[in-house]
Write a protein that binds this ligand. Structure first.
Ligand SMILES: Cc1cc2nc3c(=O)[nH]c(=O)nc-3n(C[C@H](O)[C@H](O)[C@H](O)COP(=O)(O)OP(=O)(O)OC[C@H]3O[C@@H](n4cnc5c(N)ncnc54)[C@H](O)[C@@H]3O)c2cc1C
Length: 406
């Protein structure tokens, strides 16, 4: 594999750097740096989304005819890497990276015309209704029922862990349209408007004190039959397409390496505590410096894996079940990096603010530094990495069966 960028890629990298330098204002940078949770709040993402949409650099995984920028996988990687280095906010992936590609791939021309521009403009904010109590890892057990009545579907049941459902005006859901057939074949993929009397959302505040996830209830909720994606019973195929995008559709290594850079910077500033340091800064503590070095090597090796997958994509081959390797490795690295940040700050790394946001004028007082204040919320929030999008055990089973053929 040729690891060097071609001259046109280097020119693109320069263009991206100049753009980020120009457009990432102080508020966006502070919002991104001050977000300890996986998802950034809409007050930050909307502004960044609008800037990228204006430039045509938003829906990077969509075909050009649907509004994508037409980038090669390498350009996409360069963009993600430069965004991570510059500290850009994350984007609302549920619309842009999950349901968007599904609509591009499986949607009718009418569905594309109706939904895709509204994802790009930010007019529609999406959430994902896959998991249910009793149907998480065993997703094919979903019970939420959608019955066709005339030209609409009537939906009853509930979804859980629906990220940002309290911000969303649409949900894409796996629903059971036929309970009489084998369970995978009775599932459909349905788009449901959230703003109606039949839908209610109840918050779940996590141990990190974030309100990110919810329980969502459907009580005779309605959606036009036109909002079915694909055929009735095709939901399982579409669900798998979406999950492969969720697990491997983004480039995770650049963000991990950027976080390690930040930790190294903090370690060079942070006075060493009791014990193993040389009386200087934490970077001289062998426990910290060795962990930093090991994690950096692992993240660099992981970056090569991601680049190898990109090379396959560039040849037109699908990412396939290798995305489970990406999900498994990046989640575990992420958690180890978050743990290192907590350890770096000693007792100051144990503070757990009860209010949000941790940026702007409303942010609570911190002990030591804002970075120290963020480390425990990030660590606790990040426990979810090895659960959502399919837990570690689920990824290992996919790798064993579909990659290793065991
Ligand atoms: C922060 C967060 C955000 C989320 N956001 C969303 C969202 O927006 N939309 C959505 O639909 N879902 C969302 N999820 C749900 C997530 O996808 C599920 O939590 C996940 O699929 C696991 O399902 P479960 O919680 O029901 O756990 P279970 O499936 O009950 O698993 C419990 C434990 O058993 C293990 N296990 C289960 N089955 C097996 C097996 N066959 N072999 C070995 N081990 C097994 C699991 O690995 C896990 O450790 C989110 C979850 C979290 C934590």
């Amino acid at each position: 594999m040729d690891m060097d960028f071609a001259p046109e890629d280097l020119a693109f990298q320069k263009e991206v750097r100049a753009f980020l330098d120009d457009k990432l204002n102080a508020r966006l940078r502070e919002g991104a740096a001050g977000t300890p949770s996986v998802f950034t709040e809409p007050d930050i993402t909307r502004e960044w989304q609008a800037i990228l949409a204006e430039k045509g650099w938003l829906a990077t995984s969509w075909p050009v005819e649907d509004g994508g920028p037409g980038w090669t996988p390498t350009q996409k990687y360069i963009f993600e890497k430069e965004c991570a280095i510059a500290g850009a906010p994350s984007l609302p992936i549920l619309g842009l990276r999950l349901v968007g590609p599904v609509i591009c791939h499986f949607g009718t021309p009418e569905q594309k015309a109706r939904f895709l521009p509204r994802i790009i403009s930010g007019e529609d904010y999406w959430c994902q209704g896959y998991s249910e109590p009793g149907a998480g890892s065993d997703l094919a057990a979903v019970k939420t029922r959608a019955e066709r009545v005339g030209d609409k579907y009537v939906v009853n049941g509930s979804k859980i862990w629906t990220t940002h459902a309290h911000h969303a005006n649409w949900i894409f859901a796996l629903v059971r349209t036929d309970p009489s057939v084998q369970k995978q074949r009775g599932i459909s993929f349905l788009l449901i408007p959230m703003e109606q009397p039949g839908v209610s959302v109840s918050p779940i505040v996590t141990m990190a004190n974030d309100h990110e996830v919810n329980a969502t209830f459907f009580d005779n909720a309605e959606t036009p039959a036109d909002n079915l994606i694909g055929e009735e019973g095709q939901g399982w195929t579409i669900a798998k397409f979406l999950l492969e995008n969720e697990r491997g559709g983004s480039c995770a290594a650049p963000a991990l390496l950027a976080k390690l850079d930040r930790i190294e910077r903090w370690a060079r500033e942070e006075a060493s505590g009791s014990g193993s340091g040389s009386g200087g800064t934490m970077i001289h503590d062998p426990n910290i410096s060795q962990r930093l070095a090991r994690l950096r090597l692992e993240a660099q090796a992981f970056e090569v894996t991601e680049l190898r997958i990109l090379a396959e994509l560039a040849k037109g081959r699908p990412a396939g079940p290798q995305t489970s390797l990406v999900k498994l490795t990046s989640s575990n690295l992420r958690q180890q990096i978050d743990e290192l940040a907590v350890d770096l700050f000693g007792y100051e790394g144990l503070q757990l603010p009860v209010t949000r946001p941790l940026y702007g004028n409303e942010a609570p007082e911190y002990v030591g530094s804002r970075a120290a204040q963020l480390s425990m919320p990030a660590y606790l929030n990040g426990r979810a990495y090895t659960i959502f999008g399919g837990s570690d055990e689920v990824q290992k089973t996919i790798i064993a069966k579909q990659v290793l053929g065991l």
